[in-house]
Design a binder for this molecule. Structure first.
Ligand code: R5P
Length: 293
C-alpha cells in the first residue's frame, strides 16, 4: 500500500506513513487565481493499493472535497488498483436525512460524487451518525477516537472523571470514555429548532457535585453546545469542567467563548489541525490500514 498525502492532512499522512512503513506519495497542489484547485501525484502508484488521507474540515470544505476527488481520479488514471479515502472529518455528515421538506441529503450526494471519482472505499472517524454509511455506494467504515481522548485525560491525572455527553444521542461517546476513565457517565438533553438552529439544553439527575467533569462530543462547531453544558454543570456544583471532541471545528471565537464559560481546557484531534489538536489519529488510522480497512 502507498499513502497519498492530501494537502489538508499532510502531517497526519506523514505520521501514518512513519507508523505503517507505507511509502508516502507527495502531492503538488495549488489554487488557481480564479479559486479552482489543482493536484498532481508526485510519484508512481501503478499497480498499487493507495490510501488518500485528506480531511474535509472548514475552512474551504468544498475545495477539500474536490481535491480528494481529483486525487482519486489521478490515482486511478495513474494505474492504482484500489483507492481508499481516509477522511477523518467528513464534511456534510450532519445533513444525513431530510429534516425539512424540500431538502436533499447532502452526505449521500457527496458519497456518490466520491464514488464517481474512483474511490473504492472510505474510512472516517466518529461520523455523526453511523447508519449514514449504509447508504454510501461503496464500503465505508467509521472508527472511534474517544478512547484516545479519554486516555489523554488519564495521563494528565484525571482518572475517575465524570464523562458527560451533551445530548442523549452522544451517550455512546460518554460510555466509551467512561470505559477508560472508570468514573461516572451521563447525558444532558438537547432539543434543536430545525428552522432557527437554536438549541435548548437541560440536565436532571446528574451526579456531578464536586466532580471533575469532561464533556465529550463528536464535533464542536460554534461552541454553543459546550457553553450551555458548562453553565448547567457549574450550576450543579461541578468542581472542574473540561471538554474533548474528535472534530474541533471551533468556528470564529468558539474557543474563547468556551474558555470564558469556565471550561479549563479544550482537547481535540488532528482530524481538524489547529491549536487544540492535542491527540493524533495516526495510530488508529494506521491500525485500520494495516488491517486493510
Ligand atoms: C450535534 O448533534 C453534534 O454532535 C454537536 O453537538 C454539534 O455539532 C455542536 O455544535 P455547536 O458547537 O455549534 O453547538
Amino acid at each position: 500500500m502507498k499513502i497519498i498525502s492530501g494537502p489538508a492532512s499532510k502531517e497526519l499522512a506523514e505520521s501514518v506513513s512513519n507508523i505503517t512503513g507505507y511509502q508516502n506519495v507527495p502531492i503538488v497542489s495549488k489554487i488557481f487565481p480564479d479559486g479552482e484547485s489543482y493536484v498532481r501525484l508526485d510519484g508512481s502508484v501503478l499497480g498499487e493499493e493507495v490510501a488518500i488521507i485528506q480531511t474535509t474540515c472548514p475552512p474551504m470544505q468544498d475545495g477539500k472535497l474536490f481535491q480528494l476527488a481529483f486525487m482519486a481520479d489521478a490515482a486511478k488514471r495513474g494505474g492504482a488498483n484500489k483507492v481508499t479515502a481516509v477522511v477523518p472529518y467528513l464534511a456534510y455528515a450532519r445533513q444525513d436525512k431530510l429534516f425539512l421538506s424540500g431538502e436533499g441529503i447532502s452526505v449521500e450526494t457527496i458519497a456518490r460524487m466520491l464514488r464517481a471519482s474512483g474511490i473504492d472505499n472510505l474510512l472516517t472517524v466518529n461520523i455523526h451518525s453511523e447508519p449514514t454509511l449504509a447508504q454510501f455506494p461503496f464500503s465505508a467504515k467509521t472508527v472511534s477516537a474517544i478512547s484516545l481522548l479519554a486516555k489523554y485525560f488519564v495521563e494528565k491525572g484525571y482518572k475517575k472523571a465524570y464523562a458527560l455527553a451533551p445530548d442523549k444521542g452522544a451517550m455512546y461517546i460518554a460510555q466509551e470514555a467512561q470505559q477508560v476513565l472508570g468514573g461516572g457517565a451521563g447525558h444532558l438533553s438537547k432539543v434543536r429548532d430545525r428552522y432557527t438552529g437554536q438549541t435548548m439544553q437541560s440536565g436532571e439527575g446528574l451526579d456531578v457535585k464536586n466532580q471533575t467533569v469532561i464533556i465529550f462530543d463528536d464535533i464542536i462547531s460554534t461552541g454553543g453546545t459546550i457553553v450551555g453544558a458548562a453553565k448547567i454543570l457549574k450550576e450543579q456544583g461541578a468542581k472542574q469542567v473540561f471538554t474533548a471532541c474528535v472534530h474541533p471545528l471551533l468556528i470564529g471565537d468558539a474557543a474563547k467563548r468556551i474558555l470564558d464559560a469556565g471550561v479549563e481546557e479544550i482537547i481535540g484531534t488532528d482530524s481538524v489541525p489547529g491549536p487544540y489538536s492535542r491527540v493524533s489519529l495516526a495510530s488508529i488510522i494506521s491500525n485500520q490500514l494495516k488491517g486493510a480497512v
